[in-house]
Design a protein around this ligand. Structure first.
Ligand code: NAD
Length: 702
């Protein structure tokens, strides 16, 4: 049963009971509609209450149904809402916890709304690239001021019921019920039922007017603001159009217009990408062979080894979540430096008003420092973030194996080393896992969880749960060089180098891919991260895979000491103390000279070619990762790129983007690139999985 039917005296109470969020899927709609009919047909029933079981009223429409027949099957949300609105007995929505999207739209069709204190109310559709399509844009501005309603619709943010109830002249709620909600709502409904039986009319939101004193000027102002804020997203501007219709048209015309806008948004690539990312984030926390009810280990104290760039940031994540940390270093000076950096970061947050002084002190009080491994004895999880050197990792893991308590999870933050070798330094490889944080570790959302050959399932379940606690998006990767993110980015960086050899400047490549939507192009990114990191990797590769082709330009750059912002010069020049990238004549000359040495006549390369060579380099490597089982799902790869590499959110990640282009077209483009004698033909051999999916007309993502 998705909807319960109970009688409270003369009031029928219909309770949405469809965990986890009382979503308005087809079964719920059918049962609610049947419950309404039953209550209306029962002469003993004076009034009806609709409420939600558990922690909330309703999270809204079931977005898994979007685009499927179920979403339009009768009764769809529209017909259900019309049925409620046309009811001949008072219908009262009794709202608690949260009331979102379609749930709020349903309640707006009720004759009355009562709420428990602290209820969160929102129309969050815009966050999925949509607008509220079941009357929300027409009815909300009729009960709230147009400005209040439009703010909620355009931002998608939740507002507390008390705040809404305190706004003079705005009546989303008829009553805030302090005591037991359903009892209060039933008493309210019974009173309204008696008034109605005595002849009082039923108030309907649709009969109200949405008014604004100066609509033309107001909507123009809002349009300008929205345009500046939502450059790549069409939905916010359509929300404005719909609310304007609520002011300027009658309700039926407004509802029809809202429907038209909603359907148009539903098929935009931006909305499809946002919905993909929404599901991808949830899917990332599920691991195919690790059941959701796997028991987790308790983590109440964390140890971090190494207080450098990463160790400090990693420590802050746990302090921020209220989890005590013991930070270990090999030398007192390094420990002092690390703690000073943590303090400086917090103090900057206090100065900017993002953190209160007492919160800062509370967080700092959770931090202990040490030079002795014995002090890590009581830690439930120990994360190593020392130098990227197998010898040093060996020392650290052997020492941890000696002191860590049984069942403690031992994690490494290594970016490139073999986790299985690291695990083998201990007598408990099943307790070892990779936790690959990204820099700055206290800011970046992404956490790659590296699953070793022997990592225990409960270790994985524990760290996935812990990731949520420290507000990271965790994605599982198998063991390979570079894991998901860096293994793919290497192919992207190789293409960026070939583009320089063939005729591009660094700024042309960066501009093209930034116009596509990347937060930063490969050369600006290299300057920020330090070009010496890639240099070290290439030196290693030259030994391991001497046949692998690279453009030499990045090495030439490093040989000149141009490591990036930290040395004041890289692919670009930097004014002292500034981060603005200035085109460098010296680098252009260096690239041109190298090209001449290779005997290459430069050609003009279109932005479109630049973008597709870079992005399809990611896609092809992504396909290999899927095939090898390093990545569990295509959507995991997208999550890595959206949260860790600045891939444009409105394109949904590289695999989602490739699907949108059509995999057949992706393969055709790769074949064309392979015909370029200056590019690496082997590079463009489609990964077998990509070739197969393209041939079968299938996609990477669901
Ligand atoms: P870092 O050089 O800034 O810090 C390393 C710290 O470890 C230093 O403070 C050093 O004193 C300390 N240390 C060295 N040996 C030690 C030992 N035996 N015991 C205790 N402390 C010891 O390096 P980092 O950039 O923080 O990198 C640390 C790890 O994180 C590396 O494995 C690296 O690959 C990985 N990583 C780095 C980044 C990044 O962007 N910097 C990103 C992801 C992962």
């Amino acid at each position: 049963m998705a909807v319960r039917y109970d009688l409270h005296g003369e009031v029928a109470v219909l309770t949405l009971d469809n965990p986890p969020v009382n979503g308005m899927g087809l079964a719920t709609r059918r049962e609610l509609s049947a419950g309404l009919e039953r209550a209306l047909a029962d002469a003993e029933v004076l009034a009806i209450v609709i409420t939600g079981a558990g922690k909330l009223f309703s999270g809204g429409a079931d977005i898994k149904e979007f685009g499927s027949d179920k979403a339009i099957a009768e009764p769809n949300l529209h017909s259900l809402i019309r049925q409620v609105e046309a009811a001949t007995k008072p219908v009262v929505a009794a709202i608690h916890g949260s009331c979102m999207g379609g749930g709020l739209e349903l309640s707006l069709a009720c004759h009355y709304r009562v709420a428990a204190p602290g209820t969160q109310v929102a129309l969050p559709e815009v966050k999925l690239g949509l607008l509220p399509g079941a009357g929300g844009t027409q009815r909300l501005p009729r009960v709230l001021y147009v400005e209040t309603a439009l703010n909620m619709i355009v931002s998608g943010e939740a507002v507390k019921s008390e705040l809404l109830a305190s706004l003079p002249g705005q009546k989303l709620f008829d009553q805030i019920v302090d005591g037991e909600l359903v009892a209060g709502a039933a008493a309210f409904a019974a009173a309204k039922g008696r008034e109605h039986a005595a002849g009082a009319a039923l108030p309907r939101v649709r009969d109200l007017k949405a008014r604004h004193a100066n609509p033309d000027a107001y909507f123009q102002f809002v349009r300008n603001t929205v345009k500046a804020m939502a450059k790549h997203f069409p939905a916010p501007a359509r929300c404005v159009d719909a609310v304007e219709a609520a002011v300027k048209r009658d309700i039926e015309a407004g509802l029809a217009y809202e429907r038209e806008l909603f359907m148009a948004l539903m098929f935009t690539p931006e909305s499809q990408a946002l919905r993909h990312a929404f599901f991808a984030e949830r899917a990332a926390s599920r691991i195919a062979d690790v059941p959701e009810d796997t028991p987790v280990r308790s983590v109440t104290r964390v140890g971090v080894v190494g207080a450098g760039t990463m160790g400090g940031g990693i420590t802050m994540n746990f302090l921020n979540a209220g989890i005590p940390v013991t930070l270990l270093e090999s030398k007192p000076e390094a420990l002092e430096r690390g703690v000073a950096t943590i303090r400086r970061n917090y103090e900057a947050q206090v100065r900017k008003g993002k953190l209160k002084e007492d919160q800062y002190q509370q967080r700092l009080a959770l931090l202990k420092t040490t030079l002795a491994y014995e002090d890590l004895r009581d830690a439930d999880l120990i994360i190593e973030a020392v130098f990227e050197d197998m010898g040093v990792k060996e020392q650290v893991f052997r020492a941890l194996d000696e002191v860590a308590k049984p069942g403690a999870i031992l994690a490494s933050n290594t970016s490139t080393l073999d986790l299985d070798r690291i695990a083998a330094f201990t007598k408990r490889p099943e307790d070892v896992v990779g936790l690959h944080f990204f820099s700055p570790a206290n800011v970046m959302k992404l956490l790659e969880v590296v699953r070793g050959a022997q990592t225990a399932k409960d270790v994985l379940a524990t760290v996935m749960q812990l990731a949520k606690k420290i507000r990271k998006t965790a994605v599982v990767s198998g063991v390979c060089d570079g894991f998901i993110g860096n293994r793919m980015i290497e192919q992207y960086a190789r293409q960026a180098g070939f583009l320089l050899d063939e005729g591009c400047t660094p700024q042309q490549v960066d501009r093209a891919i930034e116009a596509f939507g990347f937060a930063m192009g490969p050369f600006r990114m290299g300057d920020l991260a330090g070009n010496d990191i890639g240099w070290a990797i290439r030196k290693r590769r030259a030994v391991e895979q001497p046949q692998l082709r690279y453009s030499k330009t990045a090495d030439l750059l490093c040989e000149r000491g141009r490591f990036g912002q930290k040395t004041g010069a890289g692919w670009y020049d930097y004014a002292p103390g500034r981060r603005d990238a200035i085109a460098s004549p010296l680098v252009e000359e260096m690239v041109a000279r190298h090209r001449a040495e290779l005997g290459i006549a430069p050609r003009a390369i279109a932005d479109d070619e630049i973008v597709h060579r870079l992005v399809y380099a990611l896609v092809n490597e992504g396909a290999r990762l899927l095939e090898e089982g390093i990545a569990g799902k295509a959507s995991d790869i997208d999550m890595v790129y959206l949260t860790g590499y600045g891939f444009p959110l409105w394109r949904g990640g590289p695999m989602c983007y490739a699907d949108g282009q059509g995999l057949f077209n992706v393969v055709q483009a790769m074949k064309a690139f392979a015909r370029n004698p200056l590019d690496d033909a082997g590079f463009w051999t489609p990964a077998p999985l990509l070739a197969r999916l393209a041939a079968e007309g299938r996609r990477f993502t669901a």
